[in-house]
Design a protein around this ligand. Sequence first.
Ligand SMILES: *Cc1c(COP(=O)(O)O)cnc(C)c1O
Length: 462
Amino acid sequence: MYNPKDKTRKSENRPLASYTYAGRWVTGEVSKNKFPARSMDSRAAYQLIRDEMNLDGNPALNLASFVTTWMEDEAEKLIMESLNKNYIDTEEYPQTRTIHDRLIRITGDLFHAPQAVGTATVGSSEAIMLALLAHKRRWRHKRAAAGQDYSRPNIVFGGDVHSCWEKFALYFDVEKRVIPLQPDKYTIGPDEVAPLIDENTIAVGAVLGTTFSGQCDDFTGINDLLLKLKTETGLDIPIHIDGASGGFVAAFAFPEFLCDFRLEQVKSMNVSNHKFGLVYPGMGTVLFRDESQVPEELIFQINYLGGSMANYSLNFSKPSAMILAQYYNFLRLGRSGYTRIIGNIMKIAAYVEQALADTGKFILLADGGEKYLPVAALRLRDSSRYDVFEISRRLRRYGWIVPAYTMPPNAGEIAVLRIVVREDFSLDMAENFVEDVKRVLGELEENPVKAAVKRNGRHGVC
Ligand SMILES: *Cc1c(COP(=O)(O)O)cnc(C)c1O
């Protein structure tokens, strides 16, 4: 969020049109602070913005993000052709809605939902909010019907969740019960969940591929715990699986892995289509096990665009483009295509991780354990002389954008370097990258430096 008190770059005090352009297309100065008084030639406006974009990193070298940076030409063509369609106008664009509904059924099939109900969203954050709001409301109905207090809902999850889970708790007044991580354990299981749940727990959150290490919470263990609780006490606590990053990975790379609606207490889950659904931002999906999971009053029947339409979302208008692009990918790639692509990026991630571990300088975070994301997550064996923050800073010189961060409590002493492999990161690039890391390590061995600034804020790496 912008705040006028924030420090901005010195150049923000100068007008936009620099002298380079004066005399070519831009005449006069353009303020960066005041609404422009006059029009400008289209070529000039285009060129000004385009040139500023040179200051951004190169998406293909962005090893920080899970979000798609490359799509096929045909997909981009569909995207361009549907940019002018507001998804919410379902009466005007009924076929887009039909395709959306098809996507929900297809995605439900992928994750074994008995009777998938759901919606596309702007991303997983919205999807998670919608799922948890439904659970909160359902819990409240049950409590109210039994004449019990419903003023103190809580939600249980691990410190390995994405920041949007804390956002939900804060914005929607639900007490968060966070299971802290440990220096050698970055996921949660039934033993940690059991003492925190009670009759006011609206849901237990479990992560499929944590942002931090690529590991998974113990779904089967948590499911067994909650099933036992249900049989013994009648208390029926749902699990929501956050498959933002790992959903599409697990479905294709680990199809036998029980991480979805095959587990009885899993009542909802989400995926980010703009991660390994392989479409550009922003699209996510929330899926419910069946209709009974979504209290009716949360679904708005909207009639003012003509016709009547059921809507469950936080935002109203949104683009159609990624819904069509996602359908394109499903048709184009199918199970075999996705399996091939996901298999490749998992192999490249494993290569990078191994090559970096072979330098002797790093320890793998998920050492020995199964990983459900194409990431290499490493920490330094010895960080007394230089640290991962300095390595990250220096890699930027070679164009690589690699985040370094500290783990959430109580593993905050552990600083991690994480590389995400996407489809546009080839084996050649991986080899070059490893060479550059080795070069940086060589420099730092000779002249050890620790980075002055460590980022230690809330976790929102994506
Ligand atoms: C990326 C991510 C999110 C947030 O998803 P968006 O689609 O960016 O809103 C939530 N949870 C996990 C585990 C993630 O990796």
